[in-house]
Design a protein around this ligand. Structure first.
Ligand code: OSB
Ligand code: MG
Length: 362
């Protein structure tokens, strides 16, 4: 799926998405899941192709050999497979979708969601100039988005923050470095306290807690961890060490809804707010992010925004839209809340594999 515009982070540029989708059929119901791995293994060690391999060779057959009734049972079934959380999440989330349909309730309700609208922010990629960035910020604020997150890296940081702050002294503003900095940059990052940022997301290594905690001790601005948090245990360690004061929860990064809820609850009990991150998802992953964002502790605007910001033609119907108040309204229908446009998916599809469960004899 071509992106409406390229998205640049400190680890590279994405121009089109090559997305692995999972369709699970059971008892006449169809659940969908999206693997949020990137085309290249730059955000995490997973990619679209490693996930294809793990799902077709391992996870798919493992799931087909079982008869789970609840999404919450899936982590146990996949226990023997180490890591590969984005591959696992694609399958687990499809089962939660089916379960919600079977129960006749929305996915949000099944997960324990408490909101009927969610607050939305946008994540803005690195641009060719500050003037271009200003134009984009203007448009997004005009559309109603409640928080602007700026991707940053050495050479695209202080200068940008300073000019954006001068132009918009009051907006909720944050930044995300995707691990672009090192210890020698600590003084440089501490100085960002001057820009009244809501948070600084993942400034240091993708697998670090310790050095983030050293930075957080010197900094007023809350650090938010993204890449470092893979599960509830990571969240507990990061909170205990004060490596962060805010957590970005991504369904794929933590391995699916079960672990996302566990991270959410651990943070809630310790007074640490969370928000839902994005991975340039198609409508299916987006629908799941929306449902997750209705949980109580998702109190900050997330990176979940309108379909049209990414794709001219999204694969769900209706596409995701954002109100002028910068909110997404939660669909109150059974399951994921959006229809899947199968004919459009077929047109985009380059490869397909079917894994059958054994027929059960009643
Ligand atoms: O770090 O949050 C991130 C996109 C791809 C990989 C990592 C990240 C992002 C984003 C975009 O920030 C969020 C979105 O708009 O989906
Ligand atoms: Mg991030």
């Amino acid at each position: 799926m071509p992106l409406v515009r390229p998205f640049e982070t400190s680890f590279g540029v994405t121009r089109e998405r090559r997305i692995l989708l999972v369709e699970v059929q059971s008892e006449g119901l169809t659940g969908w899941g999206e693997c949020t791995a990137g085309e290249r293994p730059h955000f995490s060690g997973e990619s679209t192709d490693t996930a294809w391999q793990i799902i077709t060779q391992d996870l798919g057959p493992m799931l087909a050999a079982e008869t789970p009734e609840h999404g919450g049972e899936i982590p146990r079934i996949f226990q023997q497979v180490r890591d590969n959380r984005m591959a696992k999440a694609a399958l687990e989330n499809a089962i939660w979708d089916i379960e919600a349909q079977r129960e006749g309730i929305s996915l949000s309700r099944l997960l324990g969601g408490v909101r009927d609208t969610i607050p939305c922010g946008v994540s803005l990629g690195i641009q060719s100039s500050i003037a271009t960035l200003f134009g984009i910020i203007e448009r997004e604020l005009e559309a109603g988005y409640q928080r602007i997150k700026l991707k940053c890296k050495p050479g695209w940081d202080v200068e940008v923050f300073e000019q954006v702050r001068n132009r918009w002294p009051e907006i909720a503003l944050s930044c995300d470095a995707n691990s672009a900095y090192k210890m020698r940059d600590l003084d440089h990052i501490v100085a960002w306290d001057a820009f009244d940022l809501l948070m600084v997301e993942q400034p240091l290594w993708h697998d670090d807690f310790y050095f983030h905690s050293m930075l957080q001790k010197r900094m007023e601005t809350p650090i938010c961890l993204d890449e470092s948090i893979h599960n509830r245990r990571d969240a507990l360690a990061a909170i205990e060490m004060e490596s962060c004061k805010i957590i970005n929860i991504k369904l794929g990064r933590v391995g699916g809804f079960s672990e996302a809820i566990a991270v959410h609850n651990a943070a809630l009990e310790r007074g640490v707010p969370v928000w839902c991150g994005g991975m340039l998802e198609s409508g299916i992953g987006r629908a799941h992010n929306i449902a997750l964002s209705t949980l109580e502790n998702f109190s900050l605007p997330g990176d979940v925004s309108a379909s049209a910001r990414y794709f001219t033609d999204d694969i769900i119907e209706p596409e995701v839209t954002v109100t002028s108040a910068g909110e997404i309204e939660i669909p109150d229908i059974p399951g994921r809340g959006y229809e899947v446009r199968s004919e459009l998916i077929d047109r985009f599809t380059t490869r397909k594999e079917m894994i059958r469960a054994l027929e059960l004899v009643a």
